[in-house]
Write a protein that binds this ligand. Sequence first.
Ligand SMILES: Nc1nc2c(ncn2[C@@H]2O[C@H](COP(=O)(O)OP(=O)(O)OP(=O)(O)O)[C@@H](O)[C@H]2O)c(=O)[nH]1
Ligand SMILES: [Zn+2]
Length: 215
Amino acid sequence: MGSAPVLKSLAEPDPGHSHDAAAGRPTRVQAEAAVRTLLLWAGDDPDREGLLGTPDRVVRSSGEFFAGYGVDPVGLLQRTFEETDGYDEMVVLRNIRFESYCEHHMVPIIGRAHVGYLPRHRVVGISKLARVVEAYAKRLQIQEKMSSRIANTIEQVLQPLGVAVVIEGEHQCMSTRGVHKPGVSMVTSRMLGAFQADPTTRREFLAMIGGPDRG
Ligand SMILES: Nc1nc2c(ncn2[C@@H]2O[C@H](COP(=O)(O)OP(=O)(O)OP(=O)(O)O)[C@@H](O)[C@H]2O)c(=O)[nH]1
Ligand SMILES: [Zn+2]
């Protein structure tokens, strides 16, 4: 048994991102001023009644949207269980709904993640896999990176025989603006270990996540 999930300060840099420490993190007042600037730029009046509380609300919402920067995904996987009576088949968590944010446009990517791994000696509480998805989803990124980072973290901490991550996401930067194509899903997958080396293992995983009761 390991330690409990580690919650880091939201001010700490995301380990996978470059971060200008010297520049520091803007204050809340500065963040609210930026929202006010955007409202003015959009052509509205930030001093009218309906918008007066908006900078505060947007900054608070951003705290929720980007809460993943304050979570250490490695810490989430520290508590494992070895008493599995020899269970050595794959464990799959499918249809993990997530909301993420496109790093190009800062608009939502909404979708489902499917995560599988082949345990070696120990298993992890299944909620922790969903928590790892959540920790990475609540950041700015592209979907390819989210897929890789989830898989790499599970591999690094659990050292299983293999890890598989498939993500389906609808990008609002494609559905509500730009090319305007609603209903399009981007599908990415990251296969490591046995899932990459052994087509049978990979097929078994893909069959498990593509079952008839999915949706
Ligand atoms: N590969 C990848 N591309 C993404 C993802 N999210 C958004 N994009 C794309 O990133 C690209 C950014 O292209 P740019 O030409 O710099 O931006 P843009 O002018 O806003 O492009 P349009 O969206 O085509 O209007 C767009 O093609 C987006 O569809 C993602 O998760 N992965
Ligand atoms: Zn985008």
